[in-house]
Design a protein around this ligand. Structure first.
Ligand SMILES: [Zn+2]
Ligand SMILES: [Zn+2]
Length: 389
């Protein structure tokens, strides 16, 4: 409804608009760190009344006449990017870059040169699709996106296939992890924690968690036994140099994005420039990740950025042969392999959940998550007050 204003209101139920649509009755949905960028007003082209939410799952209740793979009654998880499955990008498995799903591509082209795919509940610039923090949602290209999940897996174990699990996974995958590698991850929020878990599964020897909230670092330490740096207390560069014999981590993951915090004076500089819109994003985690990375290493950026940043250390990137990799997650690629790992018990992303609330408590939930109250790491909302079994 406006900056830092979320309300729960009755809206008309979604209808089938295209033969390849389905309508889903949502059983569980989550608030994402990237929803906070919308909530805080840093993503342009949001309109009053837009329905948020890109992490959701539920039961198919209406099926368009052209849909073949999913049936009414199927329990599905839906990827946050919307992909057609047949365009050039989709054929190369670059699903978050689908060329057919952003009807407002022209806006994104102005800002970014070319447009990525449309996303659920993520501004008009990215398609203006109604999101899944709702009782019902329309899902286009239903034969391409949604994955059917087995009845014996509870919502909490599979819901995060929609975004944060594949996002953390892709963040680690982009690091080309080899045995013996040391990976540092900025941000011990839900995506950062899942990137850490993924890096361990991919064979990293050491994973280092960086955050300023002790309760988040505790999750990294207690759940995964990781080394932690609290950047509120410790100089990160120095600490990483000491921990890596002066060389720096082999790869650095930025799981923070455009609203990074940083001690003064540079932190204040970014806050001031962003406030007067001289830069759109505060890139202090990214800058630090670049500077800390070992020569020839990889910086993997999965935190969300919107526009322009300042004081970008390109000299460090160029002279030290760094590789920067990034992207909105190509979720569709990872659905089946990650679901298989969940089924086998190799992965259980539900450890990030700190709060379970009813959908009608969304305003309170956004506030809690934004202000890191009550040790909030991840909120799952369900319309019935309880996730379906
Ligand atoms: Zn998300
Ligand atoms: Zn496509």
């Amino acid at each position: 409804m406006g900056v830092k204003r979320v309300e729960v209101v009755d809206v008309p139920e979604p209808r089938i608009l295209n033969s390849q649509d389905v309508i889903i009755r949502v059983t569980s949905t989550a608030i994402c760190g990237s929803d906070l960028h919308l909530y805080n007003g840093y993503v342009p082209t949001m309109e009053k009344g837009d329905i948020l939410g890109h992490e959701f799952m539920g039961e198919v209740v209406v099926r368009g006449s052209g849909v073949k793979k999913v049936k009414v009654g199927d329990r599905v998880v839906v990827p946050f990017p919307i992909a057609c499955g047949v365009c050039n990008s989709c054929q190369h498995q670059l699903y978050s870059l689908c060329e057919n799903t952003n009807p407002n591509a022209w806006i994104a082209e102005k800002l970014w040169g070319h447009s990525p795919a449309g996303l659920f509940g993520y501004s008009h610039m990215l398609g203006g699709y109604a999101g899944g923090q709702a009782e019902f949602v329309r899902v286009p290209f239903a034969d391409v996106g949604p994955i059917k999940v087995p009845d014996d897996l509870p919502d909490e174990k599979v819901l995060f296939l929609s975004d944060i699990l594949p996002t953390g996974w892709m963040g680690a995958e982009m690091c080309n992890i080899k045995p013996g590698d040391i990976i540092a991850v900025w941000g011990a929020g839900p995506v950062g924690l899942l990137a850490m878990q993924s890096a361990l599964l991919m064979g990293a020897e050491r994973v280092i968690a960086i955050d300023r909230f002790p309760y988040r670092l505790r999750k990294a330490r207690e759940h995964m036994g990781l080394e932690c740096i609290n950047y509120g207390e410790t100089d990160v560069r120095e600490a990483l140099d000491v921990m890596t014999g002066g060389r720096g981590p082999d790869a650095c993951i930025d799981a923070v994005g455009m609203e990074a915090h940083f001690p003064a004076p540079l932190g204040l500089y970014d806050k001031a420039k962003q406030a007067v819109r001289l830069e759109t994003d505060r890139p202090s985690a990214l800058r630090q990740a670049i500077m800390a990375c070992r020569n020839g290493g990889i910086v993997s950026v999965i935190g969300v950025y919107g526009g322009l940043i300042d004081k970008f250390p390109m000299g460090s990137v160029m002279n030290r042969s760094l590789t920067i990799r990034s992207g909105q997650t190509h979720v569709h690629r990872y659905l089946k392999p990650l679901l298989d790992r969940i089924r086998k018990g190799e992965l259980d992303p539900s450890f990030v959940i700190s709060h379970r609330m009813r959908l009608d408590q969304a305003p309170e939930a956004f506030d809690l998550f934004l202000n890191k109250q009550d040790d909030c790491v991840k909120v799952v909302l369900s319309p019935n007050g309880r996730a379906a079994a």
